[in-house]
Design a protein around this ligand. Structure first.
Ligand SMILES: *[C@@H]1O[C@H](CO)[C@@H](O)[C@H](O)[C@H]1NC(C)=O
Ligand SMILES: *[C@@H]1O[C@H](CO)[C@@H](O)[C@H](O)[C@H]1NC(C)=O
Ligand SMILES: *[C@@H]1O[C@H](CO)[C@@H](O)[C@H](O)[C@H]1NC(C)=O
Ligand SMILES: *[C@@H]1O[C@H](CO)[C@@H](O)[C@H](O)[C@H]1NC(C)=O
Ligand SMILES: *[C@@H]1O[C@H](CO)[C@@H](O)[C@H](O)[C@H]1NC(C)=O
Ligand SMILES: *[C@@H]1O[C@H](CO)[C@@H](O)[C@H](O)[C@H]1NC(C)=O
Ligand SMILES: *[C@@H]1O[C@H](CO)[C@@H](O)[C@H](O)[C@H]1NC(C)=O
Ligand SMILES: *[C@@H]1O[C@H](CO)[C@@H](O)[C@H](O)[C@H]1NC(C)=O
Ligand SMILES: *[C@@H]1O[C@H](CO)[C@@H](O)[C@H](O)[C@H]1NC(C)=O
Ligand SMILES: *[C@@H]1O[C@H](CO)[C@@H](O)[C@H](O)[C@H]1NC(C)=O
Ligand SMILES: *[C@@H]1O[C@H](CO)[C@@H](O)[C@H](O)[C@H]1NC(C)=O
Ligand SMILES: *[C@@H]1O[C@H](CO)[C@@H](O)[C@H](O)[C@H]1NC(C)=O
Length: 781
């Protein structure tokens, strides 16, 4: 049964299978790698379709002349010449139905190029300077992700290939053992190639042929440098074997950016002239065999040239202070000499002498100085000052200058003008006749001076500190004398930004705000403000701005929204820059504070009015309710003590109630003919003011005034004593006193009657005195 089935399948396969396989289309070779620039041959097998085929390369039609149909077969051969694509897609199409039959990707690879090799040694201790390494390097560009193995092969005369070294980089090194390699002889020329290998392709470089002596890179020479005051002697060693070819000597100053000098020489030593004294030089040497590559540069040697007297460059100057009253002046002598790197001991002395004396007279005492300056006092006369530099106790250099007498008159420069350039100054002044030049000196701190001579009436000063005030002095120089200097003070090397701006206060209202600020410039060279710009708004970057001139230091910002947070910043603009204050936040008020004040004031007034009205009504009501009527039932009667204990105490025991500290004297009397109210108690104490007393004064003797004194005291006591009743009650009592029916009189009348007989004339009768306690008034409390 099964065998029948298998047989059937076999029959099927044999009857159709062969024809089916014949009908498969294909491209050969499939996805090839070819060397870039080479010819590629591709075959399209189009047995699956009848008829011709055509090709496209990267979607472009390929010229039909490049393709050829093989007779009696379905194969079409395409010849691609000089193929340069890195990667290309080639498709085979049927002419009948335009369909793509098959496709392939063609990739290219490159060959290693520029192979070169050297024999060298990195090891100074190599035996006899022979090389211990053979290194080849080449170029090879590959974008392929395939890993490339490189092999350097030595090709012997009989075309035998010997592997020298392997690498994944574009170089590789073969180590010599003891300066000898069994493959490479130093005496015969040889040929090497490099082979690049990947899983997909293999490429070889062109052969590289070399003479070993021409690729021998010798080790750097041992160099010895000797420095003299005006030259350097550089020496290096010979090869152990063979002759040295050319050498190069490279030298440069240790300080500064100068490019090194390179000198070619074919010798073992060289003398380098034109060197500066007291200067460090770096020197190195490299050599080569003839036709061979340079050795590496030898290690740099550093030497310092010796001091040469004629190279000493002494720059001497002085400042002369304003004279004191006695004419004494301080001369600050300062100098620059290019000796800082010179070896040896240097001493500096200054000598002061009258200018009339022979130059460099020896009879004057000299003062030992510091390294670069010296202070010396001179009187009002003219002087010549001589600076002498000693080097190892021998005179090295000398300089002198003139200090004019105070009274000596010279033309002085005027109209000094300064112009800021970029970190430098142009200084110009009105020239003076008969000068040989001008000396300009400047300082920013009074200690560190710079000076410069100019032949013209201008000078450019460089390397100034930024935004720093400088004092500058221009002094005319005459043939053998020096004139008086003219100073300009506090000239800024550059005007900086305006000083710091600070917002001091922000006074807020509901729809406006007053912003005030101030500007602080701590530095002399801060710029002046031209105008202020106030930025404000609710956004992170304030959206409004307003500019005011520099005279203003506050502004009212209007049209703000109430109860809103604002940001404000003030920018000061100067001629050369700007400064901006910190940002300040403020919040506008919900209501206008002025309105609130008006409202609160009028509110208070209304409240006070209402309160006063209420109080008035209350008082009136109370008055109406509490009209005090003495209750005679509560009164007691007593005789006035005969002996006048009028010392002011009312502690009269018959009526005194210990619970009451208040007492009042009440007198009974006949009503007066004229019901004049008694004068106020207070006025009574001053007889001059009291009209009643005035009337009586003429007739009273002086003693009466004294006698009335105790009355005053008593009265005062009474007045001072606090009333138990309210002031309203008190005032309510007063009109009652004055009424004709009032049974109680003030002490005034009583006193008069009680004292002197002379007063009795005013009174119709001697009064009866009655004492009434306040208990009489019904207390309704
Ligand atoms: C490529 O083919 C052309 C023409 O057939 C021939 O001249 C050329 O030498 C070939 N190039 C290479 C690298 O074989
Ligand atoms: C192709 O086939 C024809 C006839 O079948 C024959 O005459 C001819 O020689 C063949 N050509 C080749 C190259 O085989
Ligand atoms: C590698 O790719 C870069 C761009 O990706 C191209 O410029 C360069 O020619 C390619 N190199 C080769 C060897 O194909
Ligand atoms: C060899 O090639 C590598 C990688 O390109 C490089 O880092 C190295 O310096 C080369 N060595 C020499 C001796 O050229
Ligand atoms: C490349 O070298 C490695 C060993 O370094 C080896 O495993 C690999 O098979 C090599 N590849 C080719 C393509 O030769
Ligand atoms: C410098 O080399 C020359 C030969 O090139 C030699 O005659 C001379 O003595 C050498 N000078 C010094 C100072 O070694
Ligand atoms: C210079 O100074 C050194 C010490 O600083 C001193 O020994 C020497 O005597 C001085 N020479 C002169 C000429 O003053
Ligand atoms: C610059 O000159 C002024 C005026 O003469 C003086 O007050 C000031 O101290 C001087 N400043 C310096 C650094 O010498
Ligand atoms: C300085 O003065 C000289 C002579 O008057 C002139 O030639 C020169 O241009 C001036 N320099 C400057 C920077 O003005
Ligand atoms: C501004 O203030 C800073 C420190 O707050 C200070 O260093 C700076 O000198 C000031 N600038 C000016 C121009 O005053
Ligand atoms: C503020 O001063 C600067 C600098 O002088 C100027 O450029 C700007 O126009 C001035 N702004 C106004 C609004 O005047
Ligand atoms: C100030 O505001 C005006 C518009 O009001 C705008 O054109 C201008 O650019 C603003 N100035 C600055 C410095 O932001």
């Amino acid at each position: 049964m099964y065998s029948c089935l298998i047989l059937f399948i076999l029959i099927l396969f044999s009857s159709f299978g062969v024809g089916w396989l014949d009908n498969i289309c294909s491209i050969v070779p499939k996805d090839p790698y070819i060397a870039v620039g080479s010819n590629a041959t591709i075959v399209c097998r189009s047995s699956c379709v009848p008829g011709e085929v055509f090709w496209t390369l990267n979607d472009k039609l390929v010229d039909g002349s490049l393709s050829q149909r093989i007779e009696n077969s379905s194969d079409t051969v395409l010849q691609l010449r000089n193929f340069n694509y890195e990667r290309a897609t080639l498709l085979c199409h049927s002419v009948n139905n335009q369909q793509v039959l098959r496709g392939t990707t063609i990739r290219t690879f490159t060959r290693p190029r520029k192979l070169s090799c050297i024999l060298h040694s990195e090891n100074y201790r190599t035996l006899q300077g022979l090389p211990d390494k053979f290194t080849c390097s080449w170029e090879h560009h590959s974008n392929s992700s395939l890993k490339i193995n490189y092999t350097v092969l030595l090709i012997s005369p009989d075309s035998e290939q010997k592997k020298l070294c392997e690498s994944h980089a574009t170089n590789c090194t073969t180590k010599y053992v003891n300066g000898v390699d069994k493959n490479i002889s130093l005496l015969e020329s040889s040929t090497v190639i490099v082979r690049a290998e990947t899983t997909a392709w293999q490429a070889e470089s062109d052969p590289y042929n070399f003479d070993p002596l021409h690729i021998l890179k010798i080790i750097p020479r041992k160099v010895h440098v000797t420095a003299f005051s005006d030259h350097l002697l550089v020496k290096w060693n010979q090869l152990e074997r063979g002759e040295l070819g050319p050498c190069q000597v490279k030298y440069r100053k240790a300080f500064g950016e100068e490019t090194p000098e390179v000198v070619d020489i074919e010798a073992l030593n060289i003398t380098i002239k034109n060197v500066e004294s007291c200067t460090d030089y770096h020197v190195s040497v490299r050599c080569a065999l003839k036709h061979a590559p340079w050795s590496n540069w030898s290690q740099e040697k550093t030497v310092r040239t010796k001091l040469r007297k004629r190279d000493v460059n002494l720059h001497l100057w002085r400042t002369v202070s304003e004279p004191e009253n006695s004419g004494v002046r301080n001369v600050h002598v300062m100098w620059k000499a290019n000796l800082s790197r010179c070896e040896g001991t240097f001493n500096y002395t200054v000598k002061l002498m009258p200018p009339s004396e022979a130059m460099y007279g020896v009879n004057y005492a000299s003062t030992l100085c510091e390294n670069s300056s010296c202070d010396i006092t001179v009187d009002q006369h003219a002087h010549r000052i001589i600076l002498t530099i000693f080097h190892d106790d021998a005179v090295l250099a000398q300089g002198s200058f003139y200090v004019p007498a105070i009274a000596e008159s010279f033309p002085q420069v005027t109209d000094i003008q300064t112009f800021n350039l970029n970190r430098s100054f142009l200084v110009m002044w009105r020239s003076v006749p008969d000068v040989t030049g001008y000396m300009i000196h400047w300082t920013h701190d009074g200690n560190d001076y710079h000076w410069k001579e100019s032949k013209f009436s201008n000078a450019t000063l460089f390397d100034l500190l930024d935004k720093t005030p400088y004092n500058m002095t221009v002094t005319p120089l005459f043939a053998d004398k020096i004139g008086h200097g003219t100073q300009v003070s506090q000239i800024c090397s550059r005007v900086g930004d305006p000083g710091n701006v600070t917002i001091t206060t922000v006074q807020t209202y509901d729809r406006s705000a007053q912003v005030s600020w101030n500007i602080k410039s701590q530095e002399v060279c801060s710029g002046v403000v031209v105008n202020y710009t106030i930025f404000y708004g609710t956004q992170l970057v304030p959206e409004f701005n307003v500019t005011v001139d520099s005279a203003r230091e506050s502004i009212v910002l209007k049209n703000l929204d109430p109860n809103t947070q604002y940001r404000v910043q003030v920018k000061a603009t100067g001629p050369t820059g700007t400064t901006t204050s910190n940002e300040r936040l403020f919040e506008t008020k919900r209501f206008d504070p002025g309105l609130i004040i008006v409202l609160s004031i009028s509110g208070s007034i209304i409240i006070i009015l209402i309160l006063s009205l209420g109080l008035c009504c209350g008082i009136q009501w109370k008055k109406f309710n509490e009209k005090p009527v003495p209750n005679p039932g509560l009164s007691s009667v007593a005789l006035w003590p005969s002996t006048g204990t009028q010392k002011g105490t009312c502690a009269l025991y018959p009526f005194s109630n210990p619970s009451e500290s208040i007492c009042e004297r009440v007198y009974t009397e006949e009503p007066l003919e004229t019901p004049t109210p008694p004068p106020p108690a207070t006025t009574e104490c001053n007889p001059n003011v009291n009209p009643v007393s005035n009337q009586t004064e003429d007739i009273t003797d002086p003693g009466s005034v004294a006698a009335s004194d105790p009355q005053c005291e008593t009265q005062a006591d009474t007045a001072e004593t606090p009333q138990p009743s309210s002031p309203g009650e008190n005032t309510a009592l007063l009109p009652v006193e004055g009424s004709p029916f009032n049974p109680y009189r003030s002490q005034n009348a009583v006193e008069i009657s009680a004292t002197k007989t002379s007063r009795q004339r005013l009174l119709p009768m001697k009064p009866q005195t009655v004492y009434v306690t306040l208990d009489m008034f019904e207390q309704r409390r």
